[in-house]
Ligand binder design. Structure first.
Ligand code: 5AD
Ligand code: SF4
Length: 483
C-alpha cells in the first residue's frame, strides 16, 4: 500500500499549463481544481527545503512530475504549496510549440525578479526545454540554478543536493529512459492514474520535437507495467490511463514479443481496476487487433485519440505521417464498425509550411466528414532541429489564426450535434469531482470520454455511476443520476 503522504498533491496543475493548446473552446466542465491541494497543509511535515513543482505540457510530463515529486519526497524534501513559500521552484517544461516555451520563459523571468528580492530561492528548468536548449538556458536566464532533461529526472534528488551546495547543475546526457525499474509510488490523484507503457518516439514527424527531446522508443517490460497497475489497484485506483507517444508500436525492439493489445488484456485482468484508457495512437499503427481488444475487453473504454494532423495528402507527406487521408478514413470506418459508440478525438495542425487554401479546405472537409467527438487544433510553429524547420514558415500568422478559429467553430458544432444524439441515453460515468461550473454538481467522463455533469453527493467521487442524459451544451452533457 502507498504511504499516506503519497496522496499529498504538490503538483500545481494549472489547466492552461497542461493544455497549451491554441484551442479557445468553451471549456467542458471539469472537476474544480486543487481539492486535494488543500489537504496538503494538514499532512505535510515542514522540511528544511520546500520544493514547488509546476507542470507544463502533455500527460507524459504530468507523469514525469509525479515521478520527480515522489523521488524528492522519498529523499526527504519538503513540499511548498505556492511559489512564494518555496525554497526551490521547478518548472517541468514543454517544447512542442513555441507558445509553450514562451509561457515558461515568462514565468521564469517573473520569478527571477522575485529571486532578487529573496536571495536563496532556487530555480530549475526540467523536461523538454532543458533537453532542447541545454546549457544556453543559463545565459538566457542568469538566475537559473538547474537544467535537467527528461531522461535525467531519476537523478533529481542528487542533482538538487548539488544545486543546494551552490553548483549550477546541467544534466541532459541521458536521453533514453531506463528500460526496467519501478517508479516511486506517489500519484497526484486518488482514483485515476497515468501509467507509462513506453517512452520516446521513433516516428520523426517532420514538425515534431519529441524524438529529439525524449529520445527513441523504449517499451517498458509487460511485467513492470502489470506490477505497477496491480499496486495502483491495491491502493484503490479505479482507472488507469496507459501512456506512450505511440502506444500502438509498443513492443518494438523487445526480445519478448508482446504487443499493445496484450498489455490491454493483462491490465484488463487486474482486479479492482474498472476502466482502462490509452493515448496516443498513431494511425499507421492502429488496426484491427487494437479495435478487437477495445471491443472485447470490458474495462477498455471506447475512446481513441488518433491524430489526423491534416486532411491534405500533400501536407501529410511533408509531415512524414506515412498515411493518406483515405487510409485514415478507412481506419475510422473499421473502428466505428468494430467498436460501436466509440468516441474519436484528434489533433489538427494548421499552417504547416506550404499549406495552401486548398490543403486547408481538405482538412476542413475531412473534419466535416469524419465528425470527431473532439479536436485539439494547433497553429504550426517551427521547432528546430525538427526537419520541417528547414522549410519556410510561409503561412502568415493571421491566416493560421483564422484557420484555427474556423476549425474550432466547426468542431464545436460537430461536438454539439454528437452530444445531442446522446440525450435520453444511459451512460456510465467515472465521477472525477465537483464541477468547476457549479458547486453542487459533480463531473465525470463517459466511457467515450465526453464530460458529463449531474447532481449527486460528493461520496460518489471516484466511483463509476449510471446517469441518464437530459440535455447538453456543445461540450458537456447534463444528466441525472440513475437510481
Ligand atoms: N507546431 C504546432 N503544433 C505542433 N504539434 C507538434 N509539433 C508541433 C509544432 N511544431 C502538435 C501536434 C501534436 C500535438 C501534441 O502537438 O498536433 O499531435
Ligand atoms: Fe511527434 Fe509524430 Fe512522435 Fe507524435 S508520433 S510524438 S507527432 S514524432
Amino acid at each position: 500500500m502507498m504511504a499516506k503522504k503519497q496522496k499529498i498533491v504538490i503538483l500545481q496543475r494549472d489547466e492552461d499549463d497542461l493544455l497549451d493548446t491554441d484551442e479557445v473552446k468553451e471549456p467542458a466542465a471539469g472537476p474544480a481544481g486543487k481539492t486535494e491541494a488543500s489537504l496538503a497543509k494538514e499532512q505535510v511535515q515542514p522540511k528544511d527545503v520546500k520544493v514547488f513543482l509546476r507542470t507544463f505540457g502533455c500527460q507524459m510530463n504530468e507523469r514525469d512530475s509525479e515521478i520527480i515529486a515522489g523521488l524528492l519526497m522519498d529523499h526527504g524534501f519538503g513540499v511548498a504549496e505556492s511559489q512564494d513559500e518555496a525554497e526551490v521552484v521547478l518548472f517541468n517544461t514543454c517544447s512542442v510549440r513555441e507558445h509553450a516555451e514562451e509561457r515558461v520563459a515568462g514565468n521564469i523571468e517573473k520569478l527571477s525578479s522575485l529571486k532578487d528580492k529573496k536571495p536563496g530561492k532556487m530555480i530549475g528548468i526540467l523536461g523538454c526545454m532543458s533537453q532542447r536548449h541545454g546549457e544556453s538556458l543559463f545565459s538566457r536566464f542568469p538566475s537559473l540554478d538547474m537544467v535537467v532533461g527528461p531522461g535525467n529526472i531519476y537523478d533529481m534528488p542528487e542533482l538538487l543536493r548539488e544545486a543546494l551546495d551552490g553548483k549550477k547543475v546541467l544534466a541532459v546526457d541521458k536521453l533514453k529512459r531506463p528500460k526496467k525499474g519501478t517508479d516511486p509510488a506517489y500519484r497526484s490523484g486518488v482514483f485515476s492514474a497515468y501509467v507509462n507503457v513506453m517512452y520516446g518516439c521513433d516516428n520523426y514527424c517532420s514538425y515534431c520535437i519529441v524524438p529529439y527531446v525524449r529520445g527513441r522508443e523504449v517499451s517498458r517490460p509487460k511485467k513492470d507495467i502489470v506490477k505497477e497497475v496491480k499496486s495502483l489497484a491495491d491502493a484503490g485506483f479505479k482507472e488507469v490511463i496507459l501512456l506512450g507517444q505511440n502506444v500502438n508500436s509498443y513492443g518494438k525492439g523487445q526480445t519478448q514479443k508482446v504487443d499493445f493489445p496484450e498489455i490491454l488484456e493483462a491490465v484488463n485482468d487486474i482486479k479492482g481496476i474498472e476502466r482502462i484508457r490509452f493515448t496516443t495512437s498513431h494511425p499507421k499503427d492502429a488496426g484491427k487487433p487494437l479495435f478487437k481488444a477495445m471491443r472485447d475487453l470490458p474495462k477498455v473504454c471506447e475512446h481513441m485519440h488518433m491524430c489526423l494532423q491534416s486532411g491534405s495528402n500533400k501536407i501529410l507527406d511533408l509531415m512524414n505521417r506515412k498515411y493518406t487521408l483515405d487510409e485514415y478514413m478507412k481506419k475510422v470506418d473499421t473502428l466505428r464498425e468494430m467498436v460501436p459508440g466509440v468516441g474519436i478525438s484528434t489533433d489538427i495542425l494548421v499552417g504547416f509550411p506550404s499549406e495552401k487554401e486548398s490543403d486547408y479546405v481538405a482538412t476542413r472537409m475531412a473534419m466535416e466528414d469524419i465528425k470527431f467527438n473532439s479536436s485539439f487544433i494547433f497553429k504550426y510553429s517551427p521547432r528546430p532541429p525538427a526537419l520541417s524547420s528547414t522549410l519556410i514558415d510561409d503561412v502568415p500568422e493571421k491566416i493560421k489564426v483564422e484557420r484555427n478559429r474556423e476549425l474550432l467553430e466547426i468542431q464545436k458544432e460537430i461536438s454539439y450535434e454528437i452530444n445531442k444524439k446522446m440525450v435520453s441515453s444511459s451512460q456510465e460515468v467515472l465521477v472525477e469531482g465537483p464541477s468547476r461550473m457549479s458547486k453542487d454538481e459533480l463531473v465525470g467522463k463517459t466511457r467515450d470520454n465526453t464530460s458529463c455533469v449531474f447532481k449527486g453527493p460528493s461520496d460518489l467521487i471516484g466511483k463509476v455511476v449510471k446517469v441518464t442524459v437530459k440535455g447538453t451544451s456543445p461540450f458537456t452533457l447534463k444528466s441525472e443520476l440513475e437510481t
